[in-house]
Design a protein around this ligand. Sequence first.
Ligand code: ZN
Length: 330
Amino acid sequence: MVDAKKYALIDLHIHLDGSLSLASARALADMQGIALPEDDEALSRMLRVSDNCQSLNEYLEKFALPLTLLQTSEAISEAVLRLCRELAEQGLAYAEIRFAPQLHCERGLTQDAVVEAAIRGMKKSGFYASLILCCMRGGDNLQKNLLTVEAASRFLGKGVCAVDLAGAEALFPNENFIDVIEYAKSLSLPMTLHAGEALGSESVSSAIELGADRIGHGVRSIENPELLQILSQKKIALELCPTSNMNTRVFETMSQYPIRAFLNAGMLITINTDNTSVSATSLANEYQKITDTFSLTESELQTLALNSAYATFLCDVEKEKLVERIKSRF
Ligand SMILES: [Zn+2]
């Protein structure tokens, strides 16, 4: 397995609710008196997609249980603490963990309270991380999304580093969220947008036009050679999540994954997990898969690790520290 510690690997795209380990799910359920299947296999089936996952729908079903478990301040704080500790144990140098505060308000929490709880858990862990707050694609949640942007602005630099737009891209394209995105830009919030996963390269192009600093996935940029040039010139990072893209059938096999074309185009591509629990993966595993499939060299691995450091939403000084840390390993 690729050594996460050796390469000082960084995960820039990891969802809290999709990365709840079995142990965390049990701990959160115990805290709240929620009954879970005693059999680990049965619990695992509730959190992970099967090997022959056929669709994004099946993939999204796996978020139901985690979200049920993450509706109190204590549970959210504990979940972030546990995830941070797991990432530290795996040897990651840094992570930007994302979640949608509005999905954690079913039992009365405000979005601000959700974010405060997450920051508490993150700080308690001692792990080097920041939070990205996701706005959600949907039909009637403009107010909730505006509150998410306001929470991000309030906590920017105090645990939060950016905003995102997540959810069903094909049903709710970027153009439906111009008000939210412009509001985030007016507050000078760094922004990554999920795009080019369920929809094609046109979704990535529109995300760039709307001011995205990074693209979540963006893998279908491969459909448009001109777009690859634009991404390369503007140094807009793609947050690639290979196993997740296999699960949701963006590609059928890893050999179709356009890593080589992206590298050849000089793009700032990064490797990430998306959802460690749903996809039953780890960051080291994602690097290993692409290394095996594309026979990546040591220097290509280092380039990918460095790309992630350059693409963080940290300030230049902090970025440079990560860059130096990675370079010192070689
Ligand atoms: Zn994602």
